[in-house]
Ligand binder design. Structure first.
Ligand code: NI
Length: 256
């Protein structure tokens, strides 16, 4: 079975047909999905989805775009949500200098505060990091984030940084981008890091793989990502599915 470790089925892109897509997923080869929050309201919606569907789990956290949302009160709300047993991670949290670099201090503070929360709750973190490799790695090291571990999702940095993250004990999230012809660095990273450190993810509705690039993504398209990883690694597609599933259970602390 396939484990989609990072999805946003609460997104408005699914408002028209959310229920029917989820019904379709039930009869597909997708066995488990973690729906990831990006602010307080989408975190709550992720918990609601996990409560409603057996094979859904939730991550709660505030994305760097909404870093200003983080204060004592919102941290408490995340803490309350995380008391639900289907909440398996704190995320997505991190740094994004692509969209906004001016508020990097606020982003760093929010990132650190949520790493501390994850440590307190003994939950792994889901890291979003874009054009902020050095600051991200520095914060992960200085905050001893390896203690809870987690994943660098939608990995977009160099193979060297992938190795560094793996050495720190983190997983690397690989999704639709790996199928793009111009994704040379990501293909190299996948080649370099051990299969035991790779997780499958969609980030849907975003980042659909080829040949659906630009369309709405869903977990049903993960087969294309599996195919690409299998060809890079020179192993069977079944093996990719099996190992990444096991990796995800381990990272999220979910029993099968
Ligand atoms: Ni995401």
């Amino acid at each position: 079975m396939i484990f989609d470790t990072h999805a946003h089925y609460d997104d408005e892109a699914f408002d028209e047909d959310r229920e029917s897509i989820i019904e379709e997923l039930k009869t597909s080869n997708v066995g488990k999905i973690v729906n990831v929050g990006a602010n307080l309201s989408s975190s709550q919606r992720s918990v609601d989805l996990a409560n409603k569907y057996d094979f859904f789990y939730a991550a709660v956290g505030v994305h760097p775009d909404d870093a200003a949302e983080i204060d004592d009160e919102s941290l408490n709300r995340l803490r309350e949500m995380a008391a639900n047993e289907k909440v398996v991670a704190v995320g997505e949290i991190g740094l994004d200098y692509y969209w906004n670099k001016e508020n990097s201090d606020i982003q760093k503070k929010a990132f650190l505060a949520q790493i501390e929360l994850a440590k307190e709750l003994s939950l792994p973190i889901i890291v979003h990091s874009r054009e902020a490799a050095k600051d991200t790695m520095d914060i992960l090291a200085s905050s001893d984030a390896a203690k809870t571990g987690g994943v660098v999702h939608c990995f977009s940095y160099s193979p060297e940084i992938a190795l560094e993250a793996v050495k720190m004990g983190f997983y690397i999230g690989v999704g639709g981008v790996v199928t793009f012809k111009n994704a040379k660095k990501l293909k190299e990273s996948v080649e370099l890091i051990p299969m035991e450190r790779i997780l499958l993810e969609t980030d849907c509705p975003y980042l659909a793989p080829d040949p659906f690039r630009g369309k709405r993504n869903s977990s049903l398209y993960l087969d294309y990502v599996v195919k690409e990883i299998a060809s890079i690694k020179g192993i069977d597609e079944e093996k990719v599915i099996e190992i990444t599933y096991k990796n995800a259970l381990e990272m999220y602390g979910i029993g099968d």
